[in-house]
Design a protein around this ligand. Structure first.
Ligand SMILES: Cc1cc2nc3c(=O)[nH]c(=O)nc-3n(C[C@H](O)[C@H](O)[C@H](O)COP(=O)(O)OP(=O)(O)OC[C@H]3O[C@@H](n4cnc5c(N)ncnc54)[C@H](O)[C@@H]3O)c2cc1C
Length: 419
C-alpha cells in the first residue's frame, strides 16, 4: 500500500542518492533555506562506493571548502594529490613555478572515509532529512511534470512530494530512467581492476600514472597509509588477463617503468574491477527534475574526474535554483528558468571534456595533437603545469588547446627534437 503525503509537498527538493553529489547538493541547498529529503537506498550510514580510486581533482577543492570539509579531510589523513605521469617521452612532473603560487590541489581519500563524512555532514545540516533504506521506485507526475517520487522503504511504499526531484543516484540513475531522459552511451575499450596495498612506496611519495598507449595504470597514496593501484588495459587483453587475475595484475604492475615494489607490499583489499564501463551523457534536466553527478554524465574512470564533477554539479545546481545567504529563502519561484541556467552551465563546462574522454575511451594510441601536448609537457615545466591545469579540470579543452598553448608546445618540441 502506498502512503501518500497528507497535505501538499513537505519538501522543496527530494534527492535520490546520498553519495557525493546527493549529499553535497543537500547541504548546499539546505544552507540556502531549502527543505530537503535526501533518500538513500542503502540502510547503512557508513555505506560507500567501492568501485572507485578516489582521487579528487583540484576543481573540487572550492566545493569541499564551501562545504567546510577541508579540515575534516586533512584530519582524516586525506593526501594532497600531487602526481607525475609517465609517457613515451619521459615523465611529466608538474611543479609550481619558481616564485609562483602553489599548484592547486585536490585530495586522495578513500570513499570509505569520504562518503560517511559527507553523508553525516548532510544529516547534521538543519533542513536536511536523511532517509536511509529509501529506494526510489518511480516518479509522481502531474501534467507531465515530476512532483515527487515513489519510494520503497522497510515500512512499505510511500510517496514523497517536492517541487524539484534531483537524481543523484549514479550512472544507472533511477530518476533519469523514470523521467525518460534519453541516455547517450559510448563504448569503453578498456577494462579495469584495482586493489589497495600497504607498504607500497611511490617515487617522491606522490601519485603516478602510466600512459602506455593504449593501456593505462595508476597508483595513488591515500589516507591511513593505503595506496590504491589500478590497471586499465585494452579489452583485447581481457580473456588472457582473467585466466589468472592476481598473476596478471602483478605482472602488469611489475612491467611498468619505475614500477612500484609490489612484491614487497601487503594487499589489503580484494581485486575488484569492471569489464564493461560505457560512458554516459544525459540531458541534465527534465520538467521538475535535475540530474547531478554520474546520473547526468558518467565519464571514463581512467581520468579520475567523476568525484570532482559530482561535487561541482551539486554546487552548480544549488547556485542555480536557490539564492544564497543572506537572502536564503528557499527555491526560486522561476524554477524552470533556474533549471535552464543549470543545464546550460553543465553543458558549457563538461561537454568538451566528455567529448575528448569518449574519443580516448576507444583504447587507441595518442593522436597527433595528444602527442604534441604530452611530449611538450614531458619536456617543459610550463607545459607540464598547463597539462596539470587541464587534468585537474581547472581549464577546459578550448584553453588547453588554444592557439597560444599549441604554438608553445610546437616550439618546445622543435627545440628539443621532433615528436
Ligand atoms: C573503477 C573506477 C574508478 C574511479 N576512480 C575515480 C577517481 O579516481 N576519481 C574520481 O573523481 N572518480 C572516479 N571514479 C568515478 C566516481 O566513482 C563517480 O564519478 C562518483 O562516485 C559519482 O558520484 P555520484 O554521487 O554521482 O554517484 P554515486 O557515488 O554512484 O552515488 C549514488 C548514490 O545513489 C544511491 N542510489 C542509487 N539508486 C538509488 C535509488 N533508486 N534510490 C535511492 N538511492 C539510490 C546509491 O546507493 C549511492 O549512494 C571511478 C569510477 C570507477 C568505476
Amino acid at each position: 500500500m502506498t502512503i501518500p503525503d497528507s497535505a501538499g509537498p513537505e519538501y522543496d527538493v527530494v534527492i535520490s542518492g546520498s553519495g557525493l553529489a546527493g549529499s553535497a547538493a543537500a547541504i548546499l541547498l539546505a544552507r540556502r533555506g531549502v527543505r530537503v529529503a535526501l533518500l538513500e537506498r542503502r540502510s547503512d550510514p557508513e555505506a560507500y562506493k567501492v568501485l572507485c580510486t578516489h582521487s579528487i581533482t583540484a576543481n573540487a577543492y572550492p566545493v569541499l571548502d564551501e562545504l567546510g570539509l577541508v579540515p575534516a579531510l586533512e584530519e582524516a589523513g586525506a593526501v594532497r594529490n600531487d602526481a607525475r605521469w609517465h609517457t613515451r617521452w619521459g615523465w611529466i612532473e608538474p611543479k609550481a613555478a619558481p616564485e609562483g603560487p602553489e599548484l592547486p590541489h585536490g585530495y586522495n581519500v578513500r570513499r570509505s572515509t569520504l562518503d560517511p563524512l559527507i553523508r553525516s555532514l548532510a544529516a547534521e545540516t538543519p533542513g536536511v532529512d536523511l532517509l536511509l533504506g529509501h529506494r526510489v521506485t518511480g516518479l509522481v507526475r502531474e501534467a507531465g511534470r515530476a512532483v515527487g517520487v515513489r519510494v520503497s522503504t522497510p515500512q512499505g511504499e510511500r510517496e514523497i512530494r517536492a517541487r524539484l526531484v534531483v537524481g543523484a543516484d549514479g550512472k544507472d540513475s533511477a530518476v533519469a530512467k523514470f523521467a525518460e531522459v534519453p541516455t547517450k552511451s559510448y563504448a569503453n575499450g578498456r577494462f579495469g581492476y584495482l586493489a589497495h596495498f600497504r607498504d607500497l612506496p611511490l617515487v617522491d611519495g606522490i601519485g603516478q600514472a602510466w600512459f602506455l598507449e593504449p593501456d593505462m595504470a595508476y597508483a595513488f597514496p591515500n589516507d591511513d597509509g593505503v595506496t590504491v593501484l589500478a590497471v586499465l588495459p585494452d579489452k583485447k587483453r581481457l580473456p588472457a588477463f582473467k585466466e589468472n587475475l592476481e598473476g596478471s595484475f602483478l605482472e602488469f604492475v611489475r612491467a611498468l617503468p619505475e614500477a612500484p615494489p609490489i612484491d614487497s607490499a601487503e594487499r589489503v583489499s580484494k581485486f575488484i574491477g569492471t569489464v564493461d564501463y560505457p560512458l554516459h551523457t544525459r540531458r541534465p534536466t527534465a520538467p521538475g527534475v535535475a540530474l547531478i553527478g554520474d546520473a547526468a554524465l558518467t565519464s571514463d574512470p581512467l581520468w579520475g574526474v567523476g568525484c570532482g564533477w559530482a561535487l561541482q554539479t551539486a554546487q552548480w545546481l544549488a547556485e542555480a535554483v536557490a539564492p544564497a545567504a543572506p537572502a536564503a529563502t528557499g527555491l526560486r519561484e522561476d524554477l524552470d528558468a533556474s533549471l535552464t541556467t543549470y543545464a546550460r552551465r553543465h553543458r558549457r563546462r563538461l561537454t568538451g571534456h566528455q567529448q575528448l574522454a569518449v574519443d580516448y575511451a576507444r583504447s587507441r594510441p595518442f593522436k597527433a595533437m595528444e602527442r604534441l601536448m604530452f611530449a611538450a609537457a614531458a619536456r617543459d615545466a610550463s607545459m607540464a603545469r598547463h597539462m596539470y591545469m587541464f587534468a585537474a579540470r581547472l581549464i577546459g579543452p578550448l584553453r588547453f588547446l588554444s592557439p597560444v598553448a599549441v604554438g608553445r608546445a610546437l616550439a618546445v618540441n622543435v627545440r628539443r627534437r621532433s615528436y
